[in-house]
Write a protein that binds this ligand. Structure first.
Ligand SMILES: [Zn+2]
Length: 297
């Protein structure tokens, strides 16, 4: 399959998220096998597969051995070995694991971790020193870590916390928002349209200009829907690289105290509210849509 409409480059997907785009590009520029695990998480149908496909395109696929275990395979990316994981064919994670280790890849994509066995494979691949990019169903970046840890057996949990603490490179949790159609939207002062409480939550001033979605206009661009596709909003963090900071990360993870992870030393992170507020300020989404994505509407 060639690049088509449903396959978008990272630079387009994360055009409004320069920090996260920068980190993802740095990771995608890997030249050989480096140990690490990156989690791309979010609720169902919120663009996780689109993001990992974009990451595969961004990587040096002719130099790296890249294996993608998919359930199902949605996009075949050239020079990536796709293995379709289908339980109806009797596939098991332990067999997939054996196949994978036999291939000795540099990078392994795992889509998606949703039970004890797939979580076990994710940890095993990471322990083997491969760079693992896995998707997971979770509502927030920090929640993703706990969801992953909860999937493994009690007895294996401490070991998994160690693997995560020392190998996690980051978590990108995403949710999609409707992009407002710029042709038919009206532009107004934020103070004329947004409640003071909402302005405050988004850190905006009454004089800021915002775009309001119009539905039912005779607009050739959006056919009257008022929307122009969807845009990614994120809750993300990238883990510290300094060893001493890794130790405190491990302690926080083991104690269940990582809720303030974004403010920990060495962590680069963007909270969902900052991501959504930026899109409202940049007139990419309507404030009501922003409130909906935040769960405030
Ligand atoms: Zn329109």
């Amino acid at each position: 399959m060639t690049m088509n409409d449903s396959v978008k480059p990272l630079a387009v997907l994360f055009q409004h998220e320069p920090e996260t785009l920068g980190e993802l590009r740095r990771l995608a520029a890997v030249k050989r096998k480096v140990p690490g695990i990156l989690l791309v998480t979010g609720p169902v149908s919120q663009g996780k597969t689109t993001t990992i496909t974009a990451l595969q395109y961004e990587m040096d696929r002719t130099r790296l051995e890249i294996v993608s275990i998919d359930n199902p395979t949605e996009h075949v990316v050239p020079f990536v070995r796709h293995i379709e994981f289908d339980r109806r064919d009797g596939a098991t994670w332990s067999r997939a694991s054996g196949q994978l280790i036999g291939m000795d890849p540099d990078v392994c994509f795992l889509s998606e971790i949703n039970d004890r066995d797939s979580a076990g494979l994710g940890f095993r691949v990471t322990e083997c020193g491969y760079f693992c990019v896995a998707t997971l169903h979770a509502g927030s970046a920090v929640g993703s870590l706990y969801r992953l840890i909860k999937l493994v057996d009690d007895g294996d949990r401490a070991g998994c916390i160690d693997v995560l603490a020392y190998n996690l490179v980051g978590v990108v949790n995403q949710r999609l928002a409707q992009r407002v159609c710029s042709r038919c939207a009206s532009t107004v002062r934020a103070g004329d349209r947004m409640a003071p409480e909402l302005l405050k939550r988004f850190g905006m001033a009454p004089a800021d200009q915002i775009r309001i979605r119009q539905v039912g206009e005779r607009c050739l661009s959006c056919a009257g829907t008022g929307s122009d596709g969807r845009v990614v909003t994120i809750d993300s963090f990238f883990a510290p690289v300094v060893a001493s900071e890794r130790h405190s990360f491990r302690r926080a993870l083991a104690a269940g105290e990582v809720d303030d992870i974004a403010s920990m030393q060495g962590v680069v992170g963007v909270r969902r509210v900052a991501s959504v507020a930026r899109l409202v300020r940049e007139q990419v989404i309507d404030p009501d849509e922003g409130a909906r994505v935040m769960g405030w509407a």
